[in-house]
Ligand binder design. Structure first.
Ligand code: HEM
Length: 583
């Protein structure tokens, strides 16, 4: 009877109880207890088995692909999360090792219960035979890098518009919800339907021809920086560049995004800057502490750490500036209507916030919250990114004095020994400096990983794989930029990697520091201009020195890639002679 009823727990239970009641009650209660314990265990095990079967069934398409791919070990529910155990530094080392150990081949990574594939090869990131890159591709093919050439003959162009420029891979995935406390649903984290509308409306603002207007701001803030740096002259003890560069970049982005003079360079205490640094740290912390993923736990953590109101504090200034600027905007509109002929009126700086007001005037319905999200997104995306890139670049020039000399000679060619301010035309002449910035971003891509979730099946070139709808594609510039077939000696600093000849030999998506395709960085041109102004102004005034070697730099990953040991340099007054005149 017991054997027959093996799967009928309830029946067994009643049989046992009735039989044992006829013997001793003590024995019967012991058996009853044991049976309840057993039953609970059976129920639990059955539940887990059902859950496991459901999980396997639901992920059957992913499992099929996973079986064909290499990747780190993974376990039910937690996936490959063991890689994130340890200190922040160990986590960063593991991630860097992980993505570089598969030589750029697609590899599987289970992000908890979610299936992810890392995509690093340029041809998996973008092949579109109909766009302007076809000529670039041919040059690249003809160059036939050893073991790294492809043929176009068997590519179906409709299939292979892949990952970064695929209309089926625009979704940023649930992992970007972590940033919603800070940037809400601004461009960087917006769901696809909202992103499409906002990106179309905002994109024209980032036309490089309009940036001319920002140069007075760039120049004025850089003048402050040069003044502030004077206190480091003559010191033999290195100082960290980060604090100086973060302040100038925050001042520039606040002025050009909101028309607000934050003026942190004058050492003014700012509740907003303090809050910005805290929210940036909090958002980063969440990335490598998986137990903070659930909102409720994150909220409790903030309460315990006394940071419950930090997001509110952070939004206070943008909310207030938006309110004030809205009034000024409306007032100016009224005045312009009344004095349409008054041509002597000083034209206000066309800041990003005013452009959003203009769009609303034209009938677009950005709510106050949406305006705030977009403005804060620009400030967050535009300050730390440029800051850390500039710090890395200046450090590279300090570590490589011969490259610094070459950059300075180019600057001298453009400006001589004068003090004139820099114009947008001048920046186009700083070709070698641009190579140095790009090489810095290649070696240390600021955004080391980003994510796209597939809205449909997408076929990639590698192994002829079809990635199923829902796959989380982890795109890692850190891996792509260190594929030796693309960049020989990938961990050394060589700005010649970005001379015209070498660039033409490579696939366009061999360099993805700014991502690419429709959801690529909207601020890349703005960033390049502001970084060129900052670095050239710095070098016109000071030379950079350090004892640090390239191999000393330890990398740390949170949302961004940083140097764990900072950016320590000393500076000396530049004598404003090109190096060839000194020899
Ligand atoms: C060195 C400087 C910069 C680097 C390396 C950089 C890199 C990137 C990358 C890799 C992405 C894609 C991120 C993802 O898909 O998760 C991105 C997106 C974005 N960046 Fe940048 N960025 C820089 C500067 C800027 C600046 C100065 C601004 C604004 C003024 C800006 C605004 C944005 C925005 C709004 C997005 C989201 C675009 C969208 O989804 O449509 N970035 N950036």
């Amino acid at each position: 009877m017991y054997i027959y009823n093996e799967f009928r727990g309830c029946k067994i239970f009643s049989m046992e109880v009735s039989q044992d009641f006829q013997s001793t009650s003590k024995h019967s209660s012991g058996l009853l207890q044991m049976t309840i314990t057993e039953l609970t265990s059976y129920a639990l095990v059955s539940f887990l088995v059902v859950l496991w079967c459901y999980f396997k069934w639901k992920n059957r398409d992913f499992e099929k692909i996973a079986s064909k791919l290499k990747g780190p070990p993974s376990y039910p529910i937690i996936g490959s999360a063991l890689a994130s155990i340890g200190t922040h530094q160990q986590f960063s080392d593991n991630i860097i090792k992980l993505f570089n150990s598969y030589g750029g081949e697609p590899c599987k990574v289970w992000l908890g219960p979610y299936f992810g594939v890392s995509i690093s090869k340029p041809e998996d990131l973008q092949i579109n035979l109909f766009d302007e890159n076809i000529s670039g591709m041919r040059v690249w093919e003809e160059s036939k890098h050893d073991g790294y050439s492809i043929t176009t003959q068997n590519l179906n162009p409709n299939f292979f518009q892949i990952i970064l420029n695929s209309s089926k891979a625009l979704d940023k995935s649930k992992f970007y919800n972590f940033f919603k406390n800070t940037v809400g649903e601004g461009l960087i984290s917006a769901p696809v339907h909202k992103w499409r509308k906002h990106r179309r409306l905002i994109a024209p603002v980032f036309n490089a021809n309009l940036f001319d207007e920002f140069f007075p701001v760039f120049n004025e803030k850089n003048r402050f920086l040069i003044e502030n740096l004077k206190k480091e002259l003559g010191k033999t003890q290195p100082f960290d560049l980060l604090d100086y560069i973060l302040k100038i970049n925050l001042d520039i982005i606040c002025q050009t995004a909101m028309g607000y003079n934050l003026d942190t360079q004058s050492n003014k205490e700012s509740e907003f800057v303090e809050a910005l640094i805290k929210v940036s740290k909090l958002d980063s912390l969440r990335i490598y502490k998986p137990w903070l993923y659930p909102d409720i736990i994150f909220s409790i953590y903030r309460k315990i750490m006394g940071l419950h109101n930090v997001y509110k504090t952070f939004h206070k200034l943008p909310n207030q500036v938006i309110r004030e600027m809205k009034e000024i905007y409306a007032q100016r509109k009224m005045e312009n209507k009344n004095n349409a002929m008054d041509v002597n009126d000083e034209k206000p700086l066309k800041v990003f916030l005013n452009t959003l007001f203009d769009l609303n005037e034209g009938g677009e319905n950005f709510s106050d919250e949406e305006i705030r999200d977009e403005v804060v997104t620009m400030m967050m995306s535009g300050s730390e990114t440029s800051t850390v890139t500039v710090c890395f670049c200046l450090l590279m020039l300090a570590i490589h004095p011969e490259i610094q000399d070459k950059v300075y000679d180019e600057i001298f060619e453009v400006f001589g020994d004068g003090d004139q301010t820099i114009t947008i035309e001048d920046t186009t002449k700083l070709v070698y400096l641009e190579q140095c910035i790009r090489e810095t971003l290649r070696l240390y891509p600021l955004v080391p990983l980003f994510i796209r979730q597939l809205q449909d099946d997408v076929k990639i070139f590698s192994d002829d794989l079809i990635l199923p709808k829902g796959t989380i594609c982890i795109i890692s510039p850190l891996t792509t930029h260190h594929i030796p077939e693309l960049y020989p000696n990938p961990w050394s600093y060589n700005p010649d990697n970005f001379d015209a000849e070498n660039v033409n030999k490579r696939h366009k998506y061999s360099f993805i520091a700014f991502s690419g395709g429709p959801r690529g960085c909207i601020g890349s041109k703005y960033a390049m201009l502001s970084m060129k102004v900052l670095i050239s102004t710095f070098l016109r005034n000071y030379s950079l020195h350090t004892d640090m070697k390239l191999a000393d730099i330890k990398l740390k990953i949170d949302v961004l890639l940083r140097s764990s040991n900072g950016y320590p340099v000393t500076i000396r007054q530049r004598d404003r002679r090109p190096t060839y005149k000194k020899k």
